[in-house]
Design a protein around this ligand. Structure first.
Ligand code: ZN
Length: 410
């Protein structure tokens, strides 16, 4: 772990050539290639059945297109309906669908939940008494959205209408655009292949934004080239060590900034019960309010992960402490949340004073604003703290009861 390497990695990933690394932008492939080349030079293994470090997947962007909604032989305007569908085109007729009513005295949200989660394709008639809720939901569900699979759920259409319906003929269409994204994943085989420790950081950022002083590229040096530099340097460090007890994965996630699709896809590819711990690293380019040689951990009290890290560095001058911004809900705002929901002790380690930082999601998030000595010291502390988990001397407790706090949005 050297300041030179940390600087080189952050400088490269935050250069204008990467165009702000937007997940759907033109610079993201350069970033994935760069991380892959580092993994290759370090000598990491690829995932089984992969001949490169890229873990590719498709994602589909859907946007409601045309619609023809006719009820009791009368055509309805678009303010009066919305669909829940990820098909290219759906047609509802009395022959292929059921009709349900959300009547005046029903609880709109309860009934909405009930009818949209069953596995039947339905037409749901909503009483005008619920007009306000209906429009709120309509605004939400007619936005463009993304999905890993098309045609993966039953199709429902909600219609604002007073009275009984005798006949209907409804057709909705979506515009569909397919895009390929990739996480970058390298591996160090341990003695126990079914106990995996993850070191992760998202490598995407927000891309090109409106210009400030003629600069429109949001370079994302702190967010999150700094985290990626940690993942790469930890890989370099542990690759030189004797074969670890547990298996180590080093992951650059894509698409964190646009909905966490990289971590969501990743989490579906392996059994979460085999993941012992996840070190997600976000924004370690600037010293925390408590000063350099300190880092905070989100969701500190949700498992013993934070405590283990704290104790492992207690003989050094570095301290880990609980996230000082509980009101910002940071535990739920990064890629760790996807894995935490599945029970994995998955936490984010960060050092940025986000309450006062002016550069967050701004074109000014540049290499020149970072403190590389601090970043390097933080990576060293993470390496030191991770040793007892990698060696299987310590195992953090699982995270429980997160289901209701985390809604999956695909
Ligand atoms: Zn970030």
């Amino acid at each position: 772990m050297s300041e030179q390497n940390v600087s080189r990695i952050i400088q490269t990933l935050s250069s204008d050539q990467m165009k702000g690394r937007h997940a759907f932008g033109s610079g993201i492939d350069n970033a994935a290639d760069f991380i892959s080349a580092e993994f290759d030079q370090i000598g990491l293994s690829t995932l089984p059945d992969h001949d490169s470090y890229r873990q590719e997947f498709n994602i589909y962007a859907l946007k409601p297109k045309q619609a023809l909604v006719s009820v009791n032989n009368k055509e309805l305007g678009d303010q009066h309906y919305f669909g829940l569908t990820n098909a290219e085109m759906v047609n509802w007729t009395p022959e292929n669908s059921d009709v349900h009513y959300i009547s005046e005295q029903d609880n709109y949200r309860d009934k909405f939940g009930e009818y949209s989660s069953d596995d039947q394709s339905s037409v749901i008639i909503v009483d005008k008494e619920h007009e306000k809720w209906f429009h709120r939901y309509r605004t939400y569900f007619t936005r463009s959205n993304r999905t890993f699979e098309l045609d993966s759920k039953p199709n429902d259409v909600f219609i604002l209408f007073d009275g009984k319906i005798d006949s209907y003929d409804i057709t909705l269409e979506n515009n569909i655009k397919s895009q390929t994204l990739s996480n970058v994943v390298g591996k160090i085989e341990g003695k126990r292949e079914n106990e995996i420790v993850l070191f992760t950081a998202h490598y995407d950022h927000i891309g090109v934004v409106s210009a400030v002083d003629e600069d429109s590229i949001a370079n994302g040096a702190n967010d999150n080239a700094s985290g990626v530099s940690a993942v790469i340097e930890l890989a370099r460090y542990f690759q030189k060590m004797p074969k670890p007890e547990r298996t180590l994965y080093f992951v650059g996630f894509t698409a964190e900034e646009v909905g966490g699709y990289g971590s969501k896809f990743f989490s579906r590819q392996l059994n979460p019960d085999k993941i012992t711990a996840m070190f997600n690293i976000e924004m370690i380019g600037k010293p925390a309010v408590e000063g350099p040689n300190s880092a905070w951990i989100t969701g500190f009290d949700k498992s013993t992960f934070g405590e283990i890290l704290q104790n492992s560095v207690s003989d050094s001058n570095f301290v880990f402490y609980p996230d000082p911004y509980p009101n910002q809900n940071l535990f739920y705002r990064s890629d760790n949340a996807t894995l935490a929901k599945l029970g994995v002790p998955a936490h984010t380690i960060s050092t940025t004073p986000i309450d006062v930082d002016q550069d967050y999601h701004n074109v000014t998030d540049e290499f020149s604003t970072l403190n590389i000595l601090h970043t390097t010291n933080t990576i060293k502390a993470i390496a030191k703290a991770a040793k007892v988990i990698i060696s299987a001397e310590q195992t953090p407790t699982r995270i429980t009861n997160e289901e209701e706090n985390l809604t999956s949005n695909n």
